[in-house]
Design a protein around this ligand. Structure first.
Ligand SMILES: CCCCCCCCCCCCCCCCCC(=O)NCCO
Length: 564
């Protein structure tokens, strides 16, 4: 009161108090209610502004911490290797590198230096890194002292930002996760380290990872090494940009709707999404925690099929099941991978939901021809409305909470424009979700697709790696639905690989004049294919659950004949 009297002139106070002198109980209640409501709104606003400011500060601090760590690393590795020594290491493929490391022709520290300096160089152009793992150099020296060499002895590996490492944040591009370092390595990371691998960088992701444009308000946009005006896909886009740019020889990503395979397609990299539960997710940064219909799978990315095989062999070991008893011990089956049994393989060029561009169709036809020339039977596989049914199942599964968790993750944070649309699309009201769920029986859909494969005797299916190659920066949201090509295999939980088969040529784009513009998504894709010549085009290979070795075998056969 004393303060009010000092600040507000006396006459004004009397005038303000006047209605109160004659007020009845109702008026008191109304004034009280208005005060409580007004106060509530005011304090919520203040809290919102403070949270926003705090999160903006966190983003700034985290970015500058990461940039300083990269600068420090750059000066630490400067001069450790001559550029010709570095290039000799970088040009080795993973199998050759492992042979040289095991034979002690090169040391883990030398290999690490080569990749550290190359990654920094690539990052300057593509902005694909989050931060370096500063303990990597010590770890490289430590493995050199070990009496036994693991299968990944001295191999530097890059990890998507959601792979938890002791002492490091997993920000997922969200400021609320800054300064929350993990106290333990995820099980995958523990196993990889045990096998001799050296995690050396964490790579960029889209904000929340539920998007296929690798950009976020903290670390910014990752660019495509084939054309820096185009994106890299996502969400493991930092990984594929780094690998394609030569800054990593083996990377690890995650995939709930295509996040390993979409960026693999955009950057011409090899990737494998294993069956859920083949590889542990224990200790990983959780996302969409409550939902169990479509789960994140964790898998490798590399420059050839052999890299994926090496990674899977190294991970499918008893150690994985000991550290995470929910994972069945299922060692990598070389017999299946090396088998010469003739296969029956289905193929499709269109999923009936999103129209794939001609370059994607041609890639499937080229892969088909290779497989036929090897004596496999390749037949068209057309499951009615697979694209639409798969997409609806995917969207309804992800939006089980009406987008609540996604809202919460970005509340008060700057929201990336590429994500706004997705959140809106996933905020489907409960009654619509219930209706769609009623129309489409998920379990029946999954069972029916699997039965169809079994009835037709299919061993595997090949199809477009995505609906289109890399799009210009900031445009992924204009073609959101093209995710139907990859998300189908998350819904089905089939292991699926992606491999580069060809590049866009002018004849493909000439055929774009007949590309059906069914809606705004297709209009955008049609427009953005202009100037896409030279971009990589991948094909997907899918098989029934737990058949990772079969997927890799087919990928290897296609890769081998493409190189001839
Ligand atoms: C008639 C059907 C309407 C369809 C609406 C389409 C809305 C789609 C919105 C969902 C887009 C999600 C993109 C996901 C990209 C990949 C995410 C991923 O795999 N993340 C990895 C997490 O570990």
């Amino acid at each position: 009161m004393w303060l009010l009297q000092r600040v507000i002139p006396n006459d004004l106070l009397i005038w303000l108090a006047h209605p109160l002198q004659n007020a009845n109980n109702f008026t008191y209640c109304a004034i009280g209610l208005a005060t409580v409501l007004g106060g509530g709104i005011f304090s919520t606003l203040i809290r919102y502004v403070l949270v926003k400011r705090e999160l903006a500060q966190k983003r700034k601090e985290k970015l500058s911490k990461c940039q300083n760590a990269l600068k420090q690393l750059e000066s630490d590795v400067l001069g450790t290797l001559s550029s010709s020594e570095r290039e000799k290491i970088i040009k080795l493929d993973l199998s050759q590198l492992i042979i040289k490391l095991q034979a002690e022709e090169i040391t883990p520290s030398q290999v690490l230096s080569a990749y550290q300096s190359k990654a920094i160089e690539v990052n300057k152009q593509l902005n694909c890194l989050v931060e370096p793992i500063t303990e990597a150099s010590e770890q490289a020296k430590a493995v050199e002292q070990l009496p036994e060499k693991g299968p990944l002895y001295g191999v530097p590996i890059s990890l998507k930002d959601n792979y938890s490492l002791k002492g490091y944040d997993c920000t997922l591009g969200c400021a609320r996760f800054v300064n929350l370092p993990y106290s333990k390595d995820a099980v995958i990371v523990q196993v990889l380290k045990k096998q001799g691998a050296i995690p050396f960088v964490k790579t960029n992701v889209p904000q929340t990872m539920i998007s296929w444009e690798t950009t976020n308000p903290m670390f910014g946009m990752t660019r495509n090494p084939y054309d820096t005006t185009r994106g890299v896909g996502g969400s493991s886009g930092g990984e594929t940009a780094l690998i394609a740019g030569g800054g990593s020889i083996l990377g690890f990503g995650s995939d709930v709707g295509g996040s390993i395979r979409i960026p693999a397609n955009m950057c011409g990299v090899y990737g494998l999404k294993p069956t859920d539960m083949r590889i542990s997710n224990k200790g990983m940064a959780p996302i969409l925690k409550g939902q169990t219909c479509v789960c994140s799978s964790y898998g490798p990315l590399g420059k050839d099929v052999d890299s994926l095989v090496i990674a899977m062999k190294a991970m499918c070991v008893p150690e994985m099941s000991l550290l995470d008893p929910t994972i069945p011990y299922k060692p990598f089956n070389m017999e299946v991978f090396e088998s010469k049994r003739k296969l029956k393989i289905g193929f499709y060029l269109q999923d009936g939901f999103f129209h794939a561009v001609p370059a994607m169709e041609r890639a499937v036809l080229e892969a088909k021809q290779i497989l036929e020339s090897r004596g496999h039977e390749v037949m068209e596989w057309n499951y009615p409305n697979i694209g639409l049914k798969g997409m609806l199942t995917f969207v309804i599964s992800l939006s089980g909470d009406g987008g609540e968790e996604l809202f919460e993750l970005v509340h008060g944070d700057a929201v990336d424009s590429s994500l706004k649309n997705t959140i809106r699309l996933l905020s489907i009201p409960k009654f619509v979700r219930k209706f769609l769920g009623f129309v489409l029986n998920f379990i029946e859909f999954k069972e029916s697709v699997t039965n169809d494969w079994i009835d037709k005797g299919l061993d595997a299916v090949i199809c477009p790696g995505f609906a289109c190659p890399a799009l210009p920066l900031n445009t992924a949201l204009l073609a959101t639905g093209s995710v139907s090509y990859t998300s189908l295999y998350n819904v089905l939980n089939y292991p699926t690989g992606s491999l580069p088969v060809t590049k866009v040529i002018s004849e493909d784009n000439e055929k774009m004049k007949n590309y059906p513009v069914k809606d705004l998504w297709h209009r955008a894709v049609k427009k953005f294919m202009r100037g896409s010549e030279g971009l990589p085009v991948n094909v997907q290979v899918a098989a029934l659950p737990w058949q990772e070795e079969l997927v890799l075998r087919i990928m290897k056969e296609i890769q081998t004949d493409l190189k001839k």
